[in-house]
Write a protein that binds this ligand. Structure first.
Ligand code: GDP
Length: 439
């Protein structure tokens, strides 16, 4: 997702950086290139036009042209504008005080509704809620079974009803939630292959019956800027509050995500990227904009890591990580979690410039296993006191693990780099967390 756009924009910026001072002509040329890059990413042409106009106006302001690093300031303007385009700050799911809260999901067939319903339930469960899934897609024969399977996997109850009337099933589902002390009801509705009246009427009838606190529309990121048309059609009949954009892990060009808010006024609230239950994330426009501009998404990475940590990493490791005083046992523990978090690829792609490293094949997943073998060949004392690993100890470890001294040195280098990175990342992460907490 966004790969091409990201490459193009980064190319444009490095062109600007090489110039030092920027003239109006330089800005105009860069804006023309940005315009092309956005159009090629399938962003709606009106959105592109407005985006380029406001970005250009800001870039031509004297303080940017005259600043010491004009190129950096241009990047900052583009970052701000891109963030605004993706939807600013109202992108969170806010539950109302009503119990049970009812969230209804609508969208075309195949958009990823059923999957998203289950993932949303999983996310809510992980935040301490007790969700109930309600299967209202009575037309697609396997839909309720699919939801049931996903619910079973995630430990979330699924209400299926036994009739064929989706409105009744939705109402019964809400009653079931009240009787069984569930605080959030997620209603998965039926979709059709194309926008049609029957689908809209049914969604409107379910809406009237259960009065959802939130209606989220699920759209497939691969649909490109066409999502805008589908969203507008839904908005006319079933006013919805926000969007879950699915299949962000695919190779969509990103036009849908970049056009949606501006054209429909509806924010993206969640993005779904993958098959795993925890692959539904709250959408943060600022972080996404940074990723597009190759600045990485370190905050999401740290959040994801701390979620895994909270559940799994030994408390001692977490404490030493916080102080950036890890030893080799902690290093093993961290690497184990890296595997759980989707491997090195996922981690690297979230780091600044990481997408490029991935694309150029610099990422070696097998390295984790080799590293484990090396560390397993060390004594307990050596793992806890890596500073004692002199030449002769390294030679012994290499022989014991069937590797070479160079490979042992490589592991130690990675270990020291990780420790260095933690030293830098921990205060930054803390500052970001504190900063957000104050808002
Ligand atoms: P529905 O008809 O709208 O309920 O769509 P489904 O939830 O059944 O999803 C349609 C297909 O897309 C299924 O094969 C899902 O596994 C797949 N899918 C859904 N969400 C994602 C996602 O975020 N990433 C990927 N790669 N596939 C997804």
């Amino acid at each position: 997702m966004f790969d091409n756009l990201s490459d193009r924009l980064q190319g444009i910026f490095s062109g600007l950086r090489s110039k030092g001072r920027l003239t109006e002509d330089d800005i105009n040329a860069a804006m023309r290139e940005i315009r092309m890059a956005l159009l090629e990413a399938d962003v709606n042409f009106k959105v592109v036009k407005e985006f380029v106009a406001s970005t250009k106006a800001r870039c031509l302001e004297a303080e940017i042209l005259d600043s010491l690093t004009p190129a950096q300031n241009v990047v900052k303007v583009v970052l701000d504008e891109l963030t605004a385009l993706l939807g600013q700050s109202d992108s969170k799911l806010v539950l109302t005080s009503r119990i049970p809260n009812v969230i209804m999901l609508v969208g075309l067939q195949g958009s990823g509704k059923t999957t998203a319903s289950a993932k949303l339930a999983y996310l809510l469960k992980s935040k301490g809620h007790s969700p109930l899934l309600v299967a209202c897609d009575v037309y697609r024969p396997a839909a309720a079974d699919q939801l049931q399977t996903l619910g079973d996997e995630m430990g979330v109850k699924v209400y299926r009803g036994d009739g064929q009337d989706p409105v009744r099933i939705a109402e019964e589902g809400v009653r079931f939630a009240i009787d069984n002390l569930r605080d959030v009801v997620i209603v998965d509705t039926a979709g059709r292959l194309h926008v049609d009246d029957a689908m809209m009427d049914e969604a409107a009838a379910i809406k009237a019956a259960v009065k959802p606190d939130q209606i989220l529309m699920v759209v497939d990121a691969m649909t490109g800027q066409d999502v805008v048309n589908v969203a507008q059609a839904f908005a006319e009949k079933v006013e919805f509050d926000g969007v879950i954009m699915s299949k962000m892990d695919g190779d969509a060009r990103g036009g849908g995500a970049l056009s949606l808010k501006q054209v429909t006024g509806k924010p993206i609230k969640f993005i779904s990227a993958g098959e795993k239950p925890d692959s539904l994330e709250e959408f943060h426009p600022d972080r996404m904009a940074k990723r597009i501009l190759g600045m990485g998404d370190v905050v999401s990475l740290i959040e994801h890591a701390s979620k895994v940590q909270a559940e799994e990493i030994e408390a001692e490791t977490t404490a030493r990580m916080a102080k950036a005083q890890i030893n080799l046992n902690d290093f093993l523990e961290i690497k184990k979690q890296v595997k759980k978090m989707g491997g090195i690829s996922k981690l690297v792609s979230a780091l600044p410039g990481g997408d490029k490293a991935m694309a150029s094949g610099q990422v070696d997943e097998g390295a984790l296993d080799r590293m484990e073998t090396v560390i397993f060949s060390m004594t307990k004392y050596e793992r806890e006191h890596p500073e004692v690993l002199n030449g002769s100890r390294r030679a012994r470890i290499a022989a014991g693990s069937g590797t070479t001294v160079q490979e042992v040195n490589q592991v130690m280098k990675q270990f020291h780099e990780t420790r260095k990175m933690l030293k830098k990342a921990m205060p930054a992460a803390e500052a970001m967390q504190n900063g957000r907490g104050k808002k």
